[in-house]
Design a protein around this ligand. Structure first.
Ligand code: COA
Length: 286
């Protein structure tokens, strides 16, 4: 049946409604997956438009794979990279090689567009496909911490890989439709929090610490107070106080959060787990 499948690229100006509806049904726990969100994520990014591929059975979307570009530094070199995300196959079409097909099409387009490397944060269902069919290598599961009080301030540490965040990227990231991010300026550097759940003592997610000069002045200020805080990512410059912060056990994590890497350029080595700065702000438009 899959021989009748063809791949379509979503281009700026195309209607994103069908893709948004497809993704919303593939990720029922993600109510933010609507047309405004996709237009913002795919076409407003100051680093460039996403490469978003739909595998089509006739006029029905049966699989989707997107790569959004970002600037990064890898072993001291500034490069264009891509984050693979919104990877899904219709439940009636799974295990027929469609992740492999839509992924391969998006990856070839990313290479042609000059991206040097790809990163992704994969889950139980997708990790194997990324590693076995799409040429990614596994780096490590991301760290997930939960605790009380201010998270430890990042200290200067040598890094092999980090996402370059300029004011344009930060402003775009914080302009996610439907989200109201807040900043706690009592933390140094300021801490950006994701919209928190309604119940009063639910943990707030610290997405990143960010240079105060790069933050939009309109970002609402708010302290996390007594709420527990969670943090997801890797950062060799954070030293977590064991008595206040714990690693979230696997069974309580939202997903395994496996960080995977693929080079698209000759001679690029993968960064090691202990040399990576990467946090929720960079990989999850939550
Ligand atoms: C993950 C997902 C996209 C896989 O799509 P798919 O089209 O079924 O994948 P493919 O058929 O191309 O399979 C690629 C490889 O992954 C394996 N695979 C597919 N589904 C798997 C699963 N649920 N668990 C483990 N391995 C799986 C396949 O066996 C294949 O491996 P092989 O080449 O060694 O046989 C699909 O299950 C899905 O949409 N899940 C819900 C959304 C989701 O979790 N997306 C991932 C977000 S990171």
């Amino acid at each position: 049946m899959t021989e009748t499948i063809h791949i379509e690229r979503l281009e700026i100006g195309d209607a994103v409604g069908p893709t948004a509806r497809f993704l919303a049904s593939a990720f029922p726990a993600a109510p933010h997956l609507n047309s405004d969100y996709l237009r913002w994520l795919y076409f407003d990014n100051p680093a460039g438009s996403a490469i978003a591929c739909n595998a089509m059975a006739g006029d029905q979307i049966v699989s989707h794979f997107a790569i959004t570009p970002f600037r990064c530094e890898l072993f001291g070199r500034q490069l264009m990279a891509g984050l693979a995300l919104n990877v899904a196959t219709d439940s009636g079409w799974r295990r027929q090689g469609l992740l492999a097909r839509s992924g391969a099409a998006a990856i070839e387009a990313a290479r042609a567009a000059g991206l040097s490397l790809l990163m992704a944060v994969t889950n139980r269902q997708s990790t194997h496909g990324f590693l076995s069919r799409l040429g990614f290598m596994s780096i490590a599961p991301l760290d997930a911490r939960i605790g009380f009080g201010e998270t430890p301030a990042p200290t200067p540490a040598p890094v092999e890989f980090r996402v370059l965040r300029d004011a344009a990227r930060i402003q775009w990231r914080l302009a996610r439709p439907g989200a109201t991010y807040t900043v706690d300026t009592s933390a140094r550097p300021p801490a950006i929090y994701a919209p928190s759940y309604r119940w009063p003592l639910a943990p707030v997610v610290e997405l990143a610490r960010c240079d105060a000069n790069l933050l939009p002045p309109t970002l609402p200020r708010r302290r996390a107070g007594l709420r527990p805080r969670t943090w997801l990512g890797l950062d060799p410059g954070r030293h977590w106080p064991a008595w206040r912060y714990r690693t979230l056990p696997g069974r309580l994590r939202p997903a395994p959060l496996n960080l995977v890497f693929r080079s698209l350029a000759a001679g690029l080595a993968a960064p090691g787990r202990s040399g990576i700065h990467f946090e929720a702000f960079d990989f999850d438009a939550f």
